[in-house]
Ligand binder design. Structure first.
Ligand SMILES: *Cc1c(COP(=O)(O)O)cnc(C)c1O
Length: 390
């Protein structure tokens, strides 16, 4: 007998929970893709996506996941042998660097382990690059594996007047944490539909500045990935390099309406920050007298808004228990030094306080059931944190 029947809670950092409204919006037969209504819907979705990123820059959409977004950006920006600085703070940054290397880009890694980047080290490296060999600085705003938050404005400031482009992977942070692409001077931004955008997996987006566009076509650019052909295309099929993902467009339209027009983008950022703070309060309480339980990123200011990595002996057993007994799915300890002793709690996209308390309550029950030593008062601490309105 288990207590897992009922509404399941998916607390993995992507794909994130889908609002029923978004799912229902997608539940439509394909329309005539050559008729005006769909072309108009596409334009409206593109405009909303620019609002989401805080930009008036260009936007190229792709059918694909976040990995497709990585490859799309690289195929437009670089030639084989171009030098780039990839700032890595976890599994995703390292894997991004691997992808670029495989494409023939000359990757130099500035590795911060599983901690957020130190802008001073980026500044120091760029200072040495007198000949301006480095074409781009590339960084994940949130590395979903380490659950870090990079300070993008500080990194931009650290770049000074070095001409390198700033390329940001916001796949796990867009819609969850502030992003002001134009104000912050981000040249290329990459995101995908299934995390903070609370939509179905399957679409990636690459926003790019005039400065990035001015690089022209590179040796790696092939027609399918060419962002010039997509951004601002006359015909709908051009935007998508072929048949548009029509059901996804309906879903995106609904999800973006919910985020931008109903909740409001800044309110969504605040919600994520408050949910994150409640998770941290619970983890801190579990860690009272048990320092082996802790948020993996010590500095709260450097933690992601959308996912929290927790170091916790017995994490793999706890994850299995909460799934089997409570219907809650937690994220694995991806890229942690001891993956079996780490897990991740996602609070990403369509997540509210009740879902979060459900997740934390299941974890609390599991700690007791499995006899994993822990401090008391975690649920009280999380509730007290949620009760604060700031
Ligand atoms: C999820 C994620 C990716 C990969 O996206 P996929 O859609 O799984 O291909 C890349 N970078 C970050 C930061 C992510 O969170």
């Amino acid at each position: 007998m288990s207590l897992s029947q009922g509404h399941e809670i998916i607390a993995i950092p992507g794909p994130s929970p889908l609002p029923m409204r978004v799912l229902n919006a997608a539940h439509r037969a394909s329309p005539d893709i050559y008729a005006e209504p769909l072309a108009q819907l596409n334009l409206s979705v593109m405009a909303q996506l620019k609002r989401l990123a805080g930009t008036q820059a260009h936007l190229a959409p792709y059918i694909g996941n976040g990995h497709a977004g990585w490859e799309a950006a690289a195929a437009n920006l670089f030639d084989k042998g171009d030098a780039v600085l990839v700032v890595t703070c976890g599994h995703f940054g390292r894997s991004w660097a691997d992808t670029l290397e495989t494409m023939g880009v000359a990757v130099e890694r500035l590795d911060f382990g599983n901690l957020p980047p130190d802008p001073a080290r980026i500044a120091a490296r760029l200072d040495e690059d007198r000949q301006h060999r480095l074409q781009a600085v590339m960084v994940c705003q949130t590395d979903t594996a380490s659950a870090t938050m990079a300070d993008i404005p500080a990194i931009r400031a650290a770049m000074g007047d070095h001409p390198a482009l700033l390329v940001v992977d916001a796949i796990a942070s867009l819609g969850c944490a502030p992003m002001r692409m134009d104000e912050w001077g981000v040249d290329v931004l990459i995101a995908a539909s299934q995390k903070g955008l609370m939509c179905l997996p399957g679409t990636a987006f690459v926003w790019f500045s005039d400065k990035a566009a001015a690089r022209g076509r590179s040796g790696l650019t092939t027609p399918y990935w060419d962002w010039h052909l997509r951004a601002g295309a006359e015909a709908l099929w051009r935007y998508w390099g072929g048949t548009p993902p029509v059901q996804q467009l309906y879903a995106l339209d609904e999800a973006l309406r919910m985020i931008l027009d109903e909740e409001g983008l800044e309110a969504a950022w605040r919600r994520h920050a408050r949910l994150a703070r409640a998770v941290w309060a619970a983890v801190d309480a579990w860690g009272q007298g048990h320092p082996e339980i802790r948020a993996s990123v010590a500095d709260a200011a450097a933690r992601a808004a959308s996912v929290t990595a927790v170091t916790l002996p017995g994490a793999d057993r706890l994850r299995a228990w909460v799934t089997a007994e409570c219907g809650v799915t937690l994220g694995v300890g991806l890229g942690a030094p001891d993956p079996a002793g780490a897990l991740r709690v996602a609070h990403m996209g369509h997540c509210n306080a009740a879902m979060l308390m459900g997740t934390l309550g299941a974890m609390q029950a599991g700690l007791i059931a499995l006899d994993i030593p822990h401090g008391t008062g975690a649920l009280e601490a999380a509730a007290a944190s949620l009760a604060r309105s700031d």
